[in-house]
Design a protein. Structure first.
Lengths: 135, 183
């Protein structure tokens, strides 16, 4: 039973990264490969990482990541290589830029507005308690 | 107090209107169309064979020294079959060169395709491994790159170019970079 469970776990863990079996120089390199493949978004099938996707393009990109790791490139270099070709879109963790300022700073802005509104309201209530009755 | 009540009454309406505008603009925004990072850059360097002439080696030096269109196609690409008759027509009726980029194809399939449906290209670069495609950021054939006389990529269109796209999108973009529609 224990063996069966271990086998099952192994099976599940292997299916998480599609198809190919590559030979890595070290477990560290393999870990990095998985990490990068999960952080790159498939340009063709937009809601999957290249690790999840079966698209031929993802297969090519995975192979490219593998080759580049083998050649000694680091994660930063590989992500930059992809970004130069496919744009920020390909990164699941895109950098902050004017294009996504709204996304980053809108919640903060809304939060600040609410705080100011609350302070103003509470402050006024303390000054003019008769307002309550009217509402 | 009246002013305050008006503000309270109008705020949800305003939020609603803003949302309508946001959603309206998203309707015409196709998320499958990605920007290209290559605008303003030279065509990536390559050295590949020609589809129709296996002896011939094509490099960047062989690319046209005038404004031209680089079309990425493949026989595995279903939309390319729909686009092909338009390319044949445009290549005959407009004074612009089309360079083919046969992406991840079998050479024999590509030759058969061009013989069967006609060849609108001055030549087709055979990118069998797909490396040039990756360097160009190709993610969905057909894709068409507008390249200027100095070899810089000026724009990219992803998807089929039919009459409407040709007249509404491609020609204006070509004219904007100095292309003239006369022989």
């Amino acid at each position: 039973m224990k063996t069966f469970l271990i086998a099952l776990c192994l099976l599940v863990s292997f299916t998480s990264l599609a198809n190919e079996t590559y030979q890595f120089d070290s477990p560290e390199q393999e870990r990095l490969y998985r990490e990068i493949a999960n952080e790159l978004r498939c340009p063709k099938c937009q809601n999957q990482s290249i690790a999840d996707s079966d698209a031929p393009l993802s297969e090519d990109l995975r192979y490219l990541v593998y080759q580049k790791l083998k050649a000694g490139e680091n994660k930063q270099q590989i992500l930059q290589y992809m970004q130069e070709r496919y744009g920020d879109f390909v990164l699941y963790d895109p950098p902050i830029s004017p294009k996504n300022y709204v996304l980053w700073f809108m919640p903060l802005l809304v939060f600040i507005i609410i705080i100011i509104a609350l302070i103003a309201r509470v402050g006024r209530r303390e000054l003019q308690p008769e307002d309550e009755a009217e509402e | 107090m009246k002013a305050k009540k008006i503000i309270i009454a109008v705020t949800p309406l305003l939020i609603f209107l803003v949302l309508v505008l946001v959603f309206k603009s998203s309707l015409s925004n196709d998320p499958r169309k990605l920007e290209t990072k290559l605008v303003g850059q030279k065509v990536p360097s390559f050295k590949l064979g020609s589809v129709t002439n296996p002896e011939q080696v094509i490099t960047n030096a062989d690319l046209p020294k005038e404004i031209y269109l680089l079309n990425v196609w493949g026989t595995w690409c279903v939309s390319c079959y729909a686009e092909h008759p338009y390319l044949i027509e445009f290549s005959k009726t407009y004074p612009i060169k089309w360079v083919g980029m046969n992406y991840k194809d079998k050479p024999k399939d590509a030759i058969d395709y061009l013989q069967k449906y006609g060849d609108p290209f001055i030549y087709s670069i055979a990118d069998i491994s797909g490396q040039l495609g990756i360097d160009l950021g190709v993610y969905g054939a057909p894709e068409t790159f507008i390249v200027d006389a100095q070899g810089y990529i000026r724009d990219r269109h992803v998807g089929v170019i039919d009459n409407r796209v040709w007249n509404k999108v491609i020609i204006p973009k070509l004219e904007a970079i100095g292309w003239e529609n006369k022989r």
